[in-house]
Design a binder for this molecule. Sequence first.
Ligand SMILES: [Zn+2]
Length: 383
Amino acid sequence: MLQQLGVFHVHDLCPPLLFDLWKATGELDAHLWFPEIGDMEQYLADLETLIANLLDIWGLIDPERILVKGKLPTLPHLPDDVRRFGPAILGGWWKNAEGIYIRAGSRVRAFLKSNKELQCRLGWSEKSSLECSTVKLESLVKRRHTTWISMVSADFPIAEPAPGGALWVVCKSVVAQSGDDNHSPQAGHISKIIAQERDGKPTTALILVETFIVSDLKDRHLNMPILLPAERGMALEIMLEFNAQHNCFTCDCAMESVPILQERIVTDRTKQKVKHSPESRFVLNMHALHNAHSVWEVLPRSLSSPVPYLQDRRASHTRFAEQLRITSAKRAATRAKTQETRTQNKLKKATMASAQVKQHAENVAQSGNEMDDDEGMDIAEAE
Ligand SMILES: [Zn+2]
């Protein structure tokens, strides 16, 4: 779970190569959590690039880690496994050779249904219980009926739907549609969901959004699509939910101390918190697991396609191998020396212990002789 947001927190705390490793790991992780694969060949090609990127960065950091770190040597086999068994996570769908969607057996799916943690990570829910595009009203306690002018006009340049004069309430949520959409998709932030109410049920629901333009170029620092603010308006449908993060690096957001609350009471203790600049610049979080496959499908290939980290892989791998031969020999010599020192120390300890035992035995024997002499003297005196 940490991997989804880790890159936003470590960006100025670790060296550039380690930061690149965080990015490569986040991108690969999100790809591995695809529950559906539409274009298997495209997916596998991307997966191979993402795995190659991760291993190449490990190679630049320390090639030996690829050999000794448990999961890394198994990664290159993953594309073959996915081709044979489908998505790397359990219960996913993929197209077979005839173009028909198939999925894992019932027992594998049953495991997903019974594993709440896995469901939570995937944002998975029973589709049958949610009807797309329906809205849910706020609780009766929170529900306030307001006119269009005070509810909308101040923030959104939208004319009141005819006939005017109706009262509106704020809604709690809207169900996104997970299927195909006929409209061209646009990124946006839901500001408000409002509806008219009749007999305790919502009617004429509207979704007010701040729309964003997805830039053609990726953010170079985070390697993620940039979201630029566009306008305020009304959404026709909510297609899918995605995660966006403020681009603190570009906006140069600072840290500030804020008091820690304990049982809703302000304490003297403080903690560090990011104070975001008012600049409305965001990035589309490509490390988020929820809906990663849908985001990947909606984005143009120029933004979703992974770029090879090394252009000269062959030459780099030769360098890694040369480096590995030298460092392995050095490390083997160090290990042998450490082992020899340990053996000598053990031998020294054993010798010392043996000498102590011998000395103790001699002392006991000596004190025994002295006692015998004393006893003899007492007997002699008694006689
Ligand atoms: Zn920020």
